[in-house]
Design a protein around this ligand. Structure first.
Ligand SMILES: [Cu+2]
Length: 140
C-alpha cells in the first residue's frame, strides 16, 4: 500500500526518468498513452452519432391525419420528432401532455424535441384539423 502511494505521488518528470531507465517499461507504456489520448479524442464523437440515429422518429401528416397514429418511442431519453406535412394546407402539431405547439407549413417539416419522458401515453393532435388529426405518443 505504501509503495503504491509513493509511486502515485511521484512527479511526472520523475516518472518519465523511471521509464527511460527501464526500456521494457517504456515500450509498454508508449502505446498505452497513445491509446488513451486517441480514445479521449474520439470518445465525445461516438455517443453523439449513435444518439442522433437512435432517437429520431418520423411523423407524417397526410390527408389531415397523423401517420403513424400511434408512435412508439423509448423512455428516459431525449427524442427528436421530425413532423412532415405532406398536405397542401398548414397544420399545427399540438400536445397538452407534451407541452408542445408548433405550426407545420404545407409541404414542409419541423423538428420537435421531447423528453426524456417516463413511460406512458401522450396524445397529440393537429390543431387545425382536430376532427381527424389525432395520435398518441407511446413512451415505453
Ligand atoms: Cu394550437
Amino acid at each position: 500500500m505504501n509503495i503504491i502511494l509513493i509511486y502515485k505521488y511521484r512527479p511526472l518528470s520523475q516518472l518519465h526518468k523511471f521509464m527511460e531507465i527501464h526500456p521494457l517499461n517504456r515500450r509498454r507504456f508508449t502505446p498505452l498513452w497513445a491509446g488513451l489520448l486517441l480514445g479521449g479524442m474520439m470518445a465525445p464523437c461516438l455517443p453523439t452519432v449513435s444518439l442522433a440515429d437512435d432517437s429520431t422518429f418520423a411523423l407524417t401528416i397526410r390527408g389531415h391525419k397523423f401517420e403513424p397514429a400511434n408512435l412508439r418511442v423509448p423512455s428516459g431519453t431525449k427524442v427528436k420528432l421530425v413532423v412532415r406535412n405532406e398536405d397542401p394546407t398548414p397544420e399545427e402539431f399540438e400536445s397538452y401532455e407534451l407541452n408542445r405547439e408548433k405550426v407545420v407549413p404545407a409541404n414542409s417539416e419541423i423538428v420537435v424535441f421531447v423528453g426524456p419522458l417516463p413511460p406512458g401515453s401522450y396524445p397529440y393532435f393537429g390543431d387545425f384539423h382536430q376532427d381527424s388529426a389525432q395520435g398518441v405518443l407511446t413512451v415505453e
